[in-house]
Design a protein around this ligand. Structure first.
Ligand code: ASP
Length: 341
């Protein structure tokens, strides 16, 4: 728990009662700066025996590398925004997660990538949807935030904006291909011949990646990046790039979601978790549990979320059997996990 230094002038009887402006300037200041970081590599349904030891170790190593990347920034006094971008970029580069390299295929056999990022204390945000040639969609989302007057750019417009940013690396769409995702597309398409629509059918592995961080300045940022859902069509956009649905941060709470995006959009999942903390005084844990494990399933959806508050509390609820996740708490304790253990 963070402790606070508050000037107890009134208690000491030294001064007259503070004016409102004085009270504002006396807002709690952390005695000792703390940091915390939580990441995810997607919720889903992976049976223990379906995951080889080699794949499990490789995924755990990627999660550890993402924690290291974010933590290196936080522990040297860097910003939560830089930390979440760095952590997400490690996972975008890994072929094991559904973001960047390794993104799922859409119905046409290509990839359309979504991402968003938000700084809680300024509420500045950037997002891209349906980009096809951007190696790191989270970097482009951040560029939208910092170098455009907009929050969200989509499709050809987002690609045109990327053309104006020399720091944004471009790749051919096939660069995102992996054999595993192609097999998943083939399986989804053969099921689709038997059913009207498999997009949104439970029982999949979602695989989106995300990060939420608290920095030494007491600021929170959140980021999410994804290839969306296998076999998606018609330019489908999920929750990941939608601020308030898949990604949210304010000055006391941040969230990144992973799951069946349509339900995360309909229920404004990421924002709802933080709103419960802000308006009802719910603990982070109660807020995240209620939204992910009651509200989303009651509506017919599934998935998980990672959440973090300004005291460094972390919540990682999921209702899908697995969620690849990792955390570093303010006391430095850290871990990675996949199953419910
Ligand atoms: N939420 C993502 C989407 O609906 C999928 C995921 O979490 O993997 O696009």
């Amino acid at each position: 728990m963070r402790s606070y230094l508050v000037v107890p002038a009134l208690v000491l009887g030294l001064t007259a009662p503070a004016t409102q402006a004085q009270q504002r300037s006396m807002s709690p200041t952390p005695a000792t700066p703390i940091t915390a970081l939580v990441i995810h590599g997607g919720a889903g349904y992976v049976a223990r025996d379906a995951l080889s030891m080699e794949d499990e170790n490789a995924a755990r190593a990627d999660l550890d590398a993402a924690l290291d990347a974010g933590n290196a920034i936080l522990s040297s006094g860097g910003t939560a925004l830089d930390a979440v971008e760095a952590a997400v970029q490690v996972l975008e580069e890994s072929p094991r997660f559904n973001a960047g390299k390794g993104a799922v295929f859409n119905a046409e056999g290509g990839h359309e990538l979504d991402a968003s990022i938000i700084a809680g204390h300024t509420r500045r945000a950037g997002a891209v949807a349906g980009v096809t040639t951007v190696r790191s969609p989270i970097a482009l989302a951040r560029a939208v935030m910092e170098h455009s007057p907009h929050v969200m750019l989509a499709g050809g417009g987002a690609e045109a904006f990327a053309d104006t940013r020399p720091e944004i690396e471009r790749v051919p769409n096939q660069w995102f291909d992996t054999d595993k995702r192609r097999r998943q597309l083939e399986a989804a398409q053969s099921k689709a011949q038997a059913r009207a629509d498999t997009a949104g059918e439970p029982g999949r592995y979602f695989g989106t990646v995300g990060a939420v961080a608290l920095d030494q300045h007491g600021h929170i940022a959140a980021a999410t990046s994804t290839g969306g859902m296998t076999n998606k069509k018609w330019g489908r956009v999920g929750d990941a790039p939608i601020i308030g649905a898949g990604t949210w941060a304010d000055d006391r709470c941040g969230v990144s979601g992973t799951g069946w995006g349509e339900f995360y959009i309909r229920n404004a999942v990421a924002h709802d978790i933080c709103a419960r903390v802000a308006y009802r005084g719910d603990s982070l844990r109660d807020a995240a549990e209620e939204v992910v494990n009651t509200i989303v399933p009651a509506a017919g959806g599934d998935g998980g979320a990672i959440a973090l508050d300004r005291d460094g509390n972390i919540a990682m609820p999921f209702n899908s059997g697995t969620m690849y996740r990792g955390w570093i708490r303010p006391d430095g304790s850290r871990g990675v996990a996949i199953f419910e253990d």
